[in-house]
Ligand binder design. Structure first.
Ligand SMILES: [Zn+2]
Ligand SMILES: [Zn+2]
Length: 105
């Protein structure tokens, strides 16, 4: 079973389509912010290509009230997907608050 040490539980945030930042895309925002190089969706056990930077909330009670960007395939970052998703805690979460991130890079 996933636990707090090895996994995060996240949920898609809908109605984020109008948001943008100074990076080429939200996926690019994630790469710039984390310096990581993974190319696959962070949802377990998905192994599809990461195509978008998804806006998510942590729903396991940690770091609440903050929006995060993680790399996902289009299937997982879909407005009809309202389920909790398990992601590997080795995936860095980068804040979607651009005044904290890309505006200062
Ligand atoms: Zn996926
Ligand atoms: Zn950015």
């Amino acid at each position: 079973m996933p636990n707090h040490n090895t996994h995060y539980i996240v949920k898609n945030i809908n109605s984020t389509s109008g948001r943008s930042c100074n990076c080429k895309s939200w996926l690019d925002h994630w790469y710039r912010g984390t310096g990581q190089s993974r190319t696959t969706c962070c949802v377990i056990p998905c192994s599809k290509k990461a195509e978008v930077g998804a806006h998510v909330l942590l729903t396991d009670g940690r770091r609440t009230g903050q929006w995060w960007i993680v790399p996902m395939c289009k299937e997982h970052n879909h407005h009809t997907n309202k389920t909790d998703m398990v992601i590997d805690s080795r995936t860095d979460l980068i804040s979607a608050n651009i005044s904290q991130t890309c505006e200062v890079w």
